[in-house]
Design a protein around this ligand. Sequence first.
Ligand code: NAD
Length: 512
Amino acid sequence: MSSQKAEKNSEFARPILGHFIDGKLVNAEGRTSEVFNPATGQVTKAVALAGRETYEMASSAAKRAFPGWRNTPPQKRAQVMFTFKKLLEAHADELCATITSEHGKVLDDARGELGRGIEVVEYACGISELLKGEFSKNAGPGIDSWSEFQPLGVVAGITPFNFPVMVPMWMFPLAIACGNTFILKPSERDPSASILMAQLLSEAGLPDGVFNVVNGDKETVDLILEDQSVQAVSFVGSTPIAEAIYRKGTEYGKRVQALGGAKNHAVVMPDADIDNAVNALMGAAYGSCGERCMAISVAVCVGEKVGDQVVKNLESRVKALRIGPGEDTSNDMGPLITLDAYNRIHSYVERGLEQGAELIVDGRGFKIGGNEAGFFVGGFLFDKVKKEMEIYTDEIFGPVLCVVRVETLGQAMELINEHEFGNGTCIFTRDGETARYFTDNIHVGMVGVNVALPVPVASQSFGGWKRSLFGDLYVYGPDAIRFYTRRKTMTQRWPASDKTEQAKFAFPSGGS
Ligand code: NAD
């Protein structure tokens, strides 16, 4: 280690997390960023921010590894995935503790996140079946035609802070199982879990260079987008960045899927089971401190009576939320990710008040004895929210639930359909006709009926509509197989040796 670097390390007096490239941990060079424990508000480590030299090591490793991995039989690739799944399960405690210490979410929630990631790995174990091509016998006289799905080459993933294990696993297990090699750029706010997953993949037998983790920020992302070797980019994060990445990535000729932000509405109908609806709203609005892209941030109550009942029930429940460090398994909600997030939420709450919303539960000034510097807030509940208010239009990404009151289902649906985001939504009702009408006509990508967090299972695919997704294909499930492969169609004839084909000048059609 150079003396300059040693000095920098001692100045931090904390470890610096590097990268995982070509099957090895690579030390940090150059710029770094601080990683906090949100429950204590203390810096626990620094993470390297890769510049060109480090990035190019990863890109070259992924490029070198591609031909061998592409030609590895899918069954062998599935075996690596199967061993990886076992290792994820064996290291679940370590992974979840890592998530909680850098993200802040409660351990049970971290376990749920890991479980959902593992489900994608399980789906990837069926890659031989998923990659089966399509065959048409006798497409013409003596002609057979078939399609196969070939991997793209080097592909990349850029992920947000709020699911440091699950969102990367929305991408890399299927990308790799399809025969691609992968460069992951995780969030610089909670990067450690990605390095752990890379080590487990190596232990599972993945050849060096097939999966690489490059830590970094915008500068690193630009290197990915400008890299001619990278064929496709999966992005998950906020809408302005998703849009910018989609534009730049496609401009550089890449296939891009960029999932953005959300404002998810739950409609509560007069015939709904209010107790069940409120229970579901509590988890969906305040779980993970509201830092989920599928979090419910608006409850649309149809009818004043429903509004009164929902607000009354929610008020006592929000006040009773158990808030504290995620390691304490009795807590419902941990801290926010950063001081910036803390300040952003406070400023939205103030604007909500200025713009005339009624603050029923105020989570400002919430402190935990012994963890005064942690990024904790209480739960917030606003009533009488109107569609012009910023707390309604914007994604706040915190434990802030807005109640909007309307008179009819039609008005509720108009509100949702007019909103710029279209990630998730749900309806609470006991009526099948209402539910069917809602699911059929709502302009949102993922819809729940009496299910507040309708996150699709691994064998479906996940994605939103409108400004919640830039691109055509969803992540994981069958869409991922299409996203991470390119179709090739063969048409084949073996003429009989005793027959001479005559020249034909008409364009072949109709099986002739
Ligand atoms: P973010 O957009 O700030 O960061 C996401 C990634 O982009 C990170 O890896 C970050 O390093 C990188 N990045 C940040 N600024 C960049 C820039 N200017 N240029 C290039 N790259 C940049 O998002 P976040 O705060 O980490 O995550 C929260 C957001 O993610 C919320 O908006 C949430 O709704 C969204 N999200 C969406 C989904 C979904 O499926 N639609 C899922 C999870 C999170």
